[in-house]
Design a protein around this ligand. Sequence first.
Ligand SMILES: *[C@@H]1O[C@H](CO)[C@@H](O)[C@H](O)[C@H]1NC(C)=O
Ligand SMILES: [Ca+2]
Length: 224
Amino acid sequence: MKLLLLLGMLTACAATPQDLSGKMFTFPQQTKTAHVRLTTTKQEFTAITVCHRSFTDLQRDHAIFSMATPSNSNAFLIFWDQTHKEMEPHIKDTKSEITGLNYKSNMWHSICTTWDSTTGLAQLWFDGQRSIRKYVNSGSAIRGSAVIVLGQEQDSHGGGFDLKQAFVGMLSDVHMWDYVLSPCEIQKYVNGLNFTPGNALNWSALELQITDRVLIEDKHESCV
Ligand SMILES: *[C@@H]1O[C@H](CO)[C@@H](O)[C@H](O)[C@H]1NC(C)=O
Ligand SMILES: [Ca+2]
């Protein structure tokens, strides 16, 4: 009986998924604490696709999506390097660099990143435009309990944040799949059409925990 009660309480405390359709996270100031922690039940990724939309005016390095496992703090990280003006997908602590992107301030950018452990190739889709395919890391999956953080960059599993890498701005439509999306599915995501939501992170059923000043606001995409 006591055990049942305890189990009931644990279930009640577990984050209930939220439907964030039409919403965005606003990170309104630079801090080294404010962040959103997302929960996925997947423990192994032999392939991955992560998509999100972001809006910022930062003129310095910043993380847009940070996933850490106990063995890799940059298990899957999307990082903007201001010095080299490149978007850097990190996969299992290996960095790749995509240059030549028109990463303008004060507008939404959709970014989808794919990786497959068989070929080891990563590819970025920036505002629907494909990048070249680059070798990053092959042979083994991303494994272990994943901590996904928006707003900060993890240098350790769930922590190690750095003020100078914090995200300031808005983030929306975060999805993660444990497979590589086809170019057609990516175009559907980019164009806001009917796409298959992420099976590892689903913006329409997102388990999240907010720390400090992060707001959930309406995106107000249309005037109706
Ligand atoms: C995503 O969430 C929506 C809303 O709860 C649900 O209808 C849909 O089946 C989910 N999709 C996946 C792939 O989990
Ligand atoms: Ca760092």
